[in-house]
Design a protein around this ligand. Structure first.
Ligand code: ADP
Ligand code: MG
Length: 289
């Protein structure tokens, strides 16, 4: 299975939200990383056939999704960013309702709903009203509904928004367990959400893909651009002024240890550090770019 986007573009009046992006997705987890306004949601809505591109194409195994229509949508699972839950529904009611919208027969809807609620660890809460759920529980329910039709392509827009650190870990494990043989595209502005589960990272800025690749190779590209320097207060302030600082903390002797991102050694006593994906992100978005 191969999902290709070709010079995909979406314009809203004068604003070009997605600007001629091209990529080929094969089974695996893709992390779409970018700040607010980068164009992630617009791209995902086009991928899910709920928003028409201004220009460009989306092809599933070489066929334009416009010609596939409902055959394409039947293979999709989508968790929108602003997903509307029905607070008075129980989790099970909600799942069965979503199943009916997806054209799943009544008899399999119940079975499939229970299976999925179990998979996202909500089986014990199946008959509780959604209004009593925490953010993490709602997100898990959102993922469960996206899986109802056994999609081959799963699109999750900011699925970790509002989750606490523990829920984030749990969520990552859940995605990893669902990802087999599927194209999973998930968006986030939090690097650590995708660092460990994404096979591919796409960094988006101002509607364009500015970097893509495997996390290891993206991180490798930062080799020689991350430094540690320990400085007294005054010099530390000066360094913070002049460079992108990923982290700063006081050392036992009252000086400041700085993690600096710079193309060249920022000071004579700076020592190179192993880069992380977080450094890459800060590097790409330095100076408010
Ligand atoms: N329906 C719309 N009408 C007008 N502008 C929009 C619409 N949707 C998105 N935009 C604009 O397109 C840009 C990208 O938005 P979006 O795709 O939501 O980015 P992200 O999901 O990365 O935060 C933003 O500048 C946003 O204001
Ligand atoms: Mg968005």
């Amino acid at each position: 299975m191969e999902l290709a986007i070709d010079r995909l573009t979406r314009q809203f009046d004068a604003k070009i939200a997605v600007d001629r992006v091209s990529a080929t997705f094969v089974p695996g987890v893709y992390g779409l990383l970018g700040a607010n306004g980068a164009g992630k949601t617009t791209l995902m809505r086009m991928l899910c056939d709920v928003l028409r591109p201004t220009s460009g194409h989306i092809l599933l195994d070489g066929r334009d999704i416009c010609s596939l229509g409902s055959d394409y949508r039947a293979q999709l699972g989508y968790l929108p960013q602003d997903f509307g839950y029905y607070p008075e529904f129980t989790a099970l009611d909600f799942m069965e309702y979503m199943a009916s919208l997806k054209g799943i027969s009544r008899s399999s809807a119940r079975r499939r709903s229970l299976e999925l609620l179990d998979a996202v660890s909500l089986i014990g809460e199946a008959r509780r009203k959604i209004k009593t759920f925490s953010g993490g529980m709602k997100q898990r329910l959102g993922i469960a509904q996206a899986m109802l039709n056994e999609p081959k392509i799963l699109v999750l827009d900011e699925p970790t928004a509002g989750l606490d650190p523990k829920e984030r870990v749990r969520f990552r494990n859940l995605i990893a367990s669902f990802a087999q043989d599927k194209i999973v595209v998930l968006s986030t502005h939090i690097v650590s959400d995708v660092e460990h589960i994404a096979d591919h990272i796409i960094v988006m800025r101002a509607g364009a893909f500015i970097m893509e690749g495997k996390p290891e190779s993206i991180v490798h590209s930062m080799e020689g651009r991350v430094w540690e320097c320990v400085a007294a207060e005054r010099e530390a302030a000066d360094l913070e002024e002049r460079f992108t600082v990923a982290n700063a903390h006081y050392t036992a002797d009252g000086r400041t240890a700085l993690r600096i991102i710079a193309d060249e050694r920022p000071t004579l006593n700076a020592a190179p550090l192993a880069p992380t994906l977080e450094d890459v992100y800060l590097y790409m978005f330095r100076d408010g770019q």
